[in-house]
Design a protein. Structure first.
Length: 226
């Protein structure tokens, strides 16, 4: 390596690990976050590019900025910026041990679950506005994913084309029964996800695709009115 490649404007190039110290999460960051930290996490995740980056990094092995940029069609500098935002919020972390030189920037995703309620924040507050916008951004992300699946499923391998699940039930229930349903559905999906990930470790050669599980239950009157 020449001296010019190792130095920038006369200054030594920082190592892969040193480049990410400025975006490291706060030492007192806990998960799941609460209060202001939760609002910051909602802002960090519910951005179209950052949401896609996060999903890619949590589904696949650690990846470089260059590969992520090529997959998303986004400039590497923009990807680096968004990764720093996710890093500061605790969604991803750098993987400098994988870098072959000071130019490579590797990242891995950290599986996190966010839960929030708009009613936890004062009406008219900035935090309330962020929580509400995050709900709409989340719905938009899920709608785009379903639309992409419906429009592109004929391009899937034959064994995947007819795989898909949609269920719709409208019943009158008490708040307690609704809460019980919520707990049971979350338990089923979490146990299934854990079992699938464990099997992926035991049988890494088995053919797999990412499967998105969306669960929504909410008060709704016949005809879809509120």
């Amino acid at each position: 390596m020449t001296q010019g490649a190792a130095r920038l404007d006369g200054m030594p190039r920082r190592t892969a690990a040193e480049r990410h110290t400025d975006s490291a999460p706060a030492d007192d960051l806990v998960w799941p976050p609460e209060g202001t930290a939760l609002v910051d996490a909602l802002v960090a995740l519910h951005h179209p590019v950052r949401r896609r980056l996060y999903e890619m990094l949590t589904q696949d092995d650690p990846t470089t900025v260059g590969v992520l940029a090529a997959c998303l069609g986004v400039a590497p500098g923009s990807v680096s910026h968004h990764l720093k935002v996710l890093h500061r919020a605790g969604f991803v972390e750098p993987a400098p041990e994988l870098a072959r030189d000071t130019r490579e920037s590797w990242w891995r995703g950290l599986r996190r679950r966010l839960s929030w309620s708009t009613r936890a924040y004062a009406e008219g507050s900035g935090a309330r506005a962020v929580a509400e916008l995050a709900e709409w951004a989340n719905l938009d992300h899920h709608t785009r994913a379903v639309t992409a699946w419906i429009s592109g499923r004929e391009n899937l391998p034959p064994e995947w084309r007819d795989l898909g699940l949609s269920d719709d039930n409208l019943v009158r229930a008490t708040p307690e029964q609704f809460g019980e349903l919520s707990e049971r559905l979350q338990q089923v999906t979490q146990e299934w996800s854990d079992a699938v990930r464990e099997d992926a470790q035991l049988n890494p050669e088995a053919p797999r695709r990412s499967v998105r599980v969306l669960v929504r239950a909410f008060p709704s009157e016949p005809g879809g009115t509120s």
